[in-house]
Design a protein around this ligand. Structure first.
Ligand code: NAD
Length: 480
């Protein structure tokens, strides 16, 4: 490592970048978290070469070693959750509680996949030819490129790195350039686990430079990406040319349906938590609130009352519920969607103001619109903002139709006490995850996660389903 610059990690060594950038907290522009190296194209190529060299040794290192490495990474993340959670909150802007929770969850991903290392079973079959047996087993896919967004700086990396390592792959990891500190901290932990050189590589830098090399490389075997739809399309197009396996998790326009018979208090908690948690910067956020006529007015009034209790402020300050917006670009985007919603005829019934706090950062009061319809741009494009729009509908059927009338399909939720509607919703919602009487955001780490339509592409992430992406199946025929 050079003195004051946090370096890239390539082929088992800390390597200075071609240049560096300052990592500035969006909650306090005077808080410089550090200077972070920026890889160039040549360094990214070097990381890919190193991964190709290191992979076989890691694949053959034995299950016990892989298990121990993953357990140790998970243990350390959990033991250091307060310190690393604070770092995460400073660089991303989410609250300390959210930062600590994310770090803890990241540790759980490593523990889960440590256990998966020891659960690798194949299958056998008799051949149609007498005297011949068949076995199928899973082998590592090889070198995996990992590209992650800024909104879950540690967890997104963790839920990809843990299974990649568990199944014997080598990695080239490119985190979002807005949040290099959490990725660097995770890399530092991984660097102390005695992995074969080249098994794990960190290349920090812009998507157009570092990411571009990764997605166009013929020397990686699989590319897993989480980020925007626009970038996801580029990743899919570039990897398709080289027939590189590709997995995309992208944006969404999730909706929470609230029916007349919902428990109002719970529906309000689901809506407010789902729409504004993480400053609305979650791919699972409920940006559309689809509400039936009979409960509409009571629901809106109760949501506004609940929103009045939300404290916006510096992420590390006690009692704060909503932290800072991630950066100046995101703030501009939030404000332009706010204006657009007004122009399209939405009625701003609460919030939306830019707030001035003690520290110079990007703060915004969460906003609620009513009188919107599903054709408005604000209800069709992902704003990734603390903005929720109420869409009033007649009944369950119209609610479901509205929920499904979108290009996206990550999560969908319903608040109802009717078993009939809940069951019908579960079956007919065109989303990858369905939440009943729960917020659309908030998922577990041991089950599959992903969406439909423009939200996801390729096989599912997380849980046992992750093995589909991180392994290839080999079928062997044996005549004794
Ligand atoms: P983004 O697409 O701008 O960036 C994501 C990553 O791709 C970053 O590391 C970026 O540097 C890289 N990148 C950008 N251009 C690239 C290129 N041309 N080639 C290769 N890599 C490139 O997304 P973002 O703004 O960082 O994140 C927000 C988006 O992520 C939202 O749309 C959100 O919904 C989505 N997201 C999805 C999930 C999910 O699991 N579905 C989870 C979190 C975030």
């Amino acid at each position: 490592m050079s003195d004051s610059i946090f370096s890239n990690y390539i082929n088992g060594e800390w390597v200075a970048g071609a240049s560096s950038i300052a990592n500035i907290s969006p909650a306090d522009k005077s808080d410089i978290i550090g200077q972070y190296a920026q890889a160039d194209k040549a360094q990214t190529q070097a990381a890919i070469e190193a991964a190709n060299k290191g992979q076989l040794e890691w694949q053959e290192s034995g299950l016990e070693q892989r298990y121990s490495v993953l357990m140790a990474i998970g243990d350390e993340l959990i033991a250091r959750k307060d310190e690393l959670g604070e770092l995460l909150a400073r660089e991303e802007g989410k609250t300390l509680a959210e930062g600590v929770g994310e770090t803890y969850r990241s540790g759980q991903f490593f523990h889960y996949y440590a256990a998966e290392v020891l659960r690798q079973m194949g299958e056998t079959a008799d051949s149609v030819r007498p005297g011949v047996e068949i076995e199928t087993r899973r082998e590592p896919v090889g070198v995996v490129g990992i590209i992650t967004p800024w909104n879950f700086p540690t967890a997104t990396g963790a839920w990809k790195i843990a299974p990649a390592l568990a199944f014997g792959n080598a990695i080239v990891f490119k985190p979002a350039n807005q949040v290099p500190a959490s990725a660097w901290a995770l890399t530092e932990i991984i660097s102390r686990q005695g992995l074969p050189a080249g098994t794990f590589n960190l290349v920090m830098g812009p998507g157009a430079e570092v990411g571009d090399v990764l997605i166009h490389s013929k020397k990686i075997n699989a590319l897993t990406f989480t980020g925007s739809l626009e970038t996801g399309r580029k990743v899919a197009a570039a990897t398709a040319v080289n027939l590189v396996k590709c997995q995309l998790e992208m944006g969404s326009k999730n909706a929470l349906v609230v029916l007349d018979d919902a428990d109002l208090e719970n529906a309000v908690e689901c809506a407010v938590g789902g729409a504004y948690g993480g400053t609305g910067q979650k791919c699972t956020a409920s940006s559309r609130l689809i509400v039936t006529e009979g409960i509409h007015d009571r629901f809106v009034e109760a949501v506004i009352e609940r929103m009045k209790k939300l404290v916006v402020g510096h992420p590390l300050k006690e009692g704060v519920h909503i932290g800072a917006v991630a950066d100046g670009r995101q703030m501009e985007q939030n404000l332009s969607y706010l204006e657009l919603a007004k122009k399209e005829g939405g009625k701003l019934v609460y919030g939306g103001e830019v707030l001035t706090e003690e520290t110079d950062g990007y703060y915004m009061q969460p906003a609620l619109f009513t009188e919107t319809n599903n054709d408005m741009t604000i209800n069709r494009e992902e704003a990734f903002a603390p903005i929720a729009c109420v869409i009033k509908v007649k009944d369950f059927e119209e609610a479901l139709e509205t929920l499904n009338d979108t290009n996206f399909g990550l999560t969908g939720g319903i608040c109802t006490q009717s078993l009939k509607y809940a069951t019908d919703f579960k079956r007919r919602a065109k989303t990858g995850c369905v939440m009943i009487n729960l917020p659309t955001a908030g998922t577990d780490y041991h089950v599959p996660f992903g969406g439909r339509k423009d939200s996801s592409f390729g096989s599912r992430e997380q849980g046992t389903y992750a093995k589909e992406f991180y392994t290839v199946v080999k079928t062997t025929y044996i005549r004794a």
